[in-house]
Design a protein around this ligand. Sequence first.
Ligand code: 0RQ
Length: 504
Amino acid sequence: MSERIANAALRQKVMSADDAAALINDGDQIGFGGFTGSGYPKALPSALAKRIKESHDRGEKFTVNVFTGASTAPELDGALASVDGIGWRMPYQSDPQMRNKINDGTSFYTDIHLSESGMMVRQGFFGKVDYAVIEATRITEDGDVVLTSSVGNNAVYCDVADKIIIEVNSWQSEDLEGMHDIYGGFALPPNRVPIPITHPGDRIGDKFLHVPQNKVAAIIETDGPDRNTPFKPIDDDSRKIAGYLLDFYDNEVKQGRMPKNLLPLQSGVGNIPNAVLDGLLHSDLEHLTSYTEVIQDGMIDLIDAGKLDVASATAFSLSPEYAHKMNENAAFYRDHIILRPQEISNHPEVIRRLGVVGANGMIEADIYGNVNSTHVMGSRMMNGIGGSGDFTRNAYISAFVSPSTAKGGAISAIVPMVSHVDHTEHDGMVIITEQGIADLRGLAPRQRAPKIIENCAHPDYRPMLMDYYERALRDCKFKHTPQLLGEAYSWHTRFLETGTMKES
Ligand code: 0RQ
């Protein structure tokens, strides 16, 4: 048995994943660890999926409700979704199987702000949580848990669940001990107190997660890696978008609106944020900080180059090469990285106080600056809102970044009216595509539309958008936000009918 379980009483609870899965029943609500493919339990979900499949083969009903931090991996979302085992799911996912089950109507999905997911569980809106299933790199002699590559909602689920199952994963570095900062000061109103973070590097909690030993129902030993996906090489459009964003930051510094080392940075994951981090690496900026959700490869490069002093997040989202590097050098990186509960990494109060500078991806924006991050053609769920709303509403500067077209040019990312709204025109401040940048701060709707169309839309769609806007301005009775309601979604319906938003 692994010496990573130092507590004698908890060592008695070690069992196989199949035996632990046998504890779980139809209808149970399970709070799983895991955030962007890091620190999720690797063995229990597959064993549970097997049990669910066997039940279904016998003609019995068996589904569970799945709570997580954010997206997980094929071994969790994929395994359970592929056997139709998930009745309901929250708060964020990005797994292809899970996405299909949401979109074909098999599973319910409640897509909520990541900062609010734990809070709502504490408030009891989702009912009783039966099991918390989390991943640890080590259990101390006192029975405290050293978490792994994500913190997510682990603390909430362990606080509220009836029973706890812990996977102790020997693939994860034991040197992660000291990287986590588990804040336990949450209370429900009217007893809330200020969260005492005034700098991204502040530590306000404990390095261990304390779990009540009497709730621990099983411990499973594992040794599998996180779902680490390699990053695609940075493409030209991403480089252009990153260039516009960095020039914009540079100008903010020149205007005296940001200090020379910028403000704490937040970025989504993907090609464009990666290009931004690469741009920062090749800039002469120093003493950068980050207050974000996920640590990605580019941030590790910035730490290595001595340009990023500290990064605060709730999880890693690293390529296999960088995950290996983290495992080898966690003792060094823990001086520069803090992993916090997502209730804190994404907390509006802290984001607003620190003046975080955010940049997130989008599916589409409309000519007035409303943004859709989640639904393709208004109905098909892509991933979820994730933390984009937490940051966008509260950041000092909120940018949305996207190529100006999708699906080989058949879809314009700038449309007359977004087919679903995640971020209203009141929240986003800057829109950037490879065509250019529209700084919308302080602009009224009629001042925004020409700017977004001229600066951000693809030339193939620019005349169509301008034509729509000019006719809306002429024919709409009310001139504040002119729309032609009978036509506003014609771009989406044309795509659904003909396969392109372009007019024939
Ligand atoms: O589809 O995979 O089939 O090729 O959407 O698009 O351009 O690769 O961009 O990976 O950055 O994702 C908004 C989904 C963008 C993401 C979204 C299709 C496109 C492609 C992916 P394929 P790209 P990205 C921090 C904050 C919400 C969560 C968030 C997201 C696929 O950024 O999930 O921000 N955001 N979290 O073809 C139809 C359009 C489209 C479109 C793109 N207009 N119509 N399809 N696509 N635009 C991070 C966390 O919270 C963890």
